[in-house]
Design a protein around this ligand. Structure first.
Ligand code: KIV
Ligand code: ZN
Length: 527
């Protein structure tokens, strides 16, 4: 029987905290529900003390998501721990994760504290958390640049204070697999009480070794791995969940460890996280990249046709990659449409289903074959889980090699229809400028990407943008057979996210504040 490794997912905390990945409460909830279906053991849902929005995210997930433990991060200070407990206490399995830095450089320059003071703070924090919550994790931030014996000392003290999980983070992605494996073994063998608790690791990818370090840790006794979908996270990211899980599953005869993850739900989680954060998965990304199962070379194709195992160590089905088979056309009724989405794992509200069906009809009218991949793109592009303040009513562009590109755009709000025209460097620029005039929101376009969802001249175009407004980054996505329309929808999707972000949490789902007059709130994070 294989030893089971716990999967602690921090997509909604370390992943969300990374530049440009901010999510609203509904988006966090949607991702958390998918993580529960994926069967992760712990969901780190956020850092409750950071802002009312972060608190609401953790609390909503704690109240609504069943199965995994629901965790909030907290610094080793009473205010953070109180707030974390308030946010997670309604969960089936509440979990508090408290941390303090233990490396000389962090203690001296960041904390300005002596090592004994750091131990004291850690112990007080764990005691307080354990008085409230049955599962308490303690992390020694920057553990891999800390003195190994000091680590063992602080771990022994927090275990005595009641910690149930001890985490060894490679905060700055500095470690090398063999070295990290040795550290885990050392900590395990030299910390009194370690046999009573779960030993966890949390690796960052600054040198591209987060997954290798995590696996080396598992081979040296770690019981839990902290990771994120698509490897999202601070700077170069965290260890990618899908890579760790599939390495353990595919090479089970080597590792003899396994996880409880339902691997056939990996692809769905990956696309959802990518769509909602706007963080595009690189084509050749292991496991979930577009090319991960594509065989281009003739020799490879020939081999795969004769026997898939010649060049495939795992199958696309094992992670749930959708097929490109033809499913629906414009004559397929609403029932067939919703049935197919259900089969694909999308359970939409009546309102979202209506919205998706209307868009499907528009697309099916222009595109003969609507495949599973098209449906995925439509759902992730159009159902942004954002209450749309603005929607696209009409646009017209004039463009050519001897014409100044000009656009007329009409947007609708609940009670207004507003039209503007503008010239631009190209048709997309003209549309964006006209929209800027309507919304009154000054936006800097930082990234623009377009891709065809499937092959063929009538392929759906999927546009994703990243924009900056008032120093914050937002993403947007749009889908259409017309690339200008897809571009307009992506921009509008980002605008609606900005408005959503500026709306006080208690108003979410009610009336949005008027965009031009709203002032942004600034979340802060100290990790
Ligand atoms: O990277 C890190 O050290 C962290 C801790 C809070 C665990 O994210
Ligand atoms: Zn981290």
């Amino acid at each position: 029987m294989s030893r089971m490794i716990r999967i602690f997912d921090t997509t909604l905390r370390d992943g969300e905290q990374a530049a440009g990945n901010s999510l609203n409460v509904e988006e966090k909830l949607e991702i958390a529900k998918q993580l529960a279906k994926l069967n992760v053991d712990v969901i780190e849902a956020g850092f409750a003390v950071v802002s009312p929005g972060d608190f609401a995210g953790v609390e909503t997930i704690a109240k609504q998501v069943k199965g995994p433990a629901i965790c909030s991060l907290a610094r080793a200070v009473p205010g953070d721990i109180e707030r974390a407990w308030e946010a997670v206490k309604a969960a089936e399995r509440p979990y508090i994760h408290t941390f303090i830095a233990t490396s000389d450089i962090h203690m001296k320059y960041k904390l300005k504290k002596e090592p004994d003071q750091v131990i004291d703070m850690a112990v007080q924090a764990v005691k307080m958390a354990r008085n409230l919550c049955p599962e308490v994790e303690f992390s020694a931030e920057d553990a891999t640049r800390s003195d190994w014996d000091f680590l063992c000392r602080i771990f022994a003290e927090v275990i005595k204070a009641g910690a149930t999980v001890i985490n060894v983070p490679d905060t700055v992605g500095y470690s090398i697999p063999e070295e990290f494996g040795r550290l885990i073994k050392y900590v395990k063998e030299n910390t009194p009480g370690m046999e009573k608790v779960i030993l966890s690791v949390h690796c960052h990818n600054d040198l591209g070794m987060a997954v290798a370090n995590s696996l080396a840790a598992v081979m040296n006794g770690a019981d839990q791995v902290e990771c994120t979908i698509n490897g999202l996270g601070e700077r170069a990211g965290n260890a990618a969940l899908e890579e760790i899980v599939m390495a353990l599953r595919t090479r089970k005869e080597f590792f003899n460890y396994d996880t409880a993850i339902r691997t056939e739900r990996i692809y769905r989680c990956s696309t959802l996280v990518s769509a909602l954060t706007g963080s595009i998965v690189q084509k050749n990304k292991a496991i979930v990249g577009e090319n991960a199962f594509a065989h281009e070379a003739g020799i490879h194709q020939d081999g795969v046709l004769k026997n898939r195992l010649t060049y495939e160590i795992m199958t696309p089905e094992s992670i749930g990659v959708p097929t490109s088979r033809l499913v629906l056309g414009k004559h397929s009724g609403r029932h067939a449409f919703s049935g197919r989405l259900e089969e694909m794992g999308y359970h939409l509200s009546a309102e979202d289903l209506q919205k998706a069906y209307e868009r499907f009809l528009e697309v099916a009218d222009k595109k003969k074959e609507v495949t599973d991949q098209d449906l995925e793109a439509l759902v992730r592009g159009e159902l942004s889980l954002v209450d749309d303040y603005f929607s696209l009513d009409y646009f017209h562009v004039a463009s050519g090699n001897k014409t100044i590109p000009t656009a007329t755009v009409r947007l609708k709000t609940k009670d207004q229809v507003i039209q503007e025209a503008a010239c631009g460097d190209g048709p997309v620029d003209a549309v964006y400028k006209a929209m800027e005039r309507i919304t009154g929101i000054q936006i800097k376009l930082k990234e623009y990407n377009i891709k065809a969802v499937t092959g063929g001249k009538d392929a759906l175009g999927e546009v994703s943008v990243r924009v900056q407004a008032n120093g914050h980054t937002f993403s947007g996505r749009g889908v259409s057979t017309d690339i200008i329309e897809a571009s307009a929808r992506a921009y509008l999707n980002a605008v609606n996210r900005i408005i959503r972000y500026r709306t006080p949490v208690e108003q979410h789902g009610k009336t949005a504040v008027p965009p031009a007059t709203a002032s942004p709130s600034t979340p802060t994070s100290s990790v």
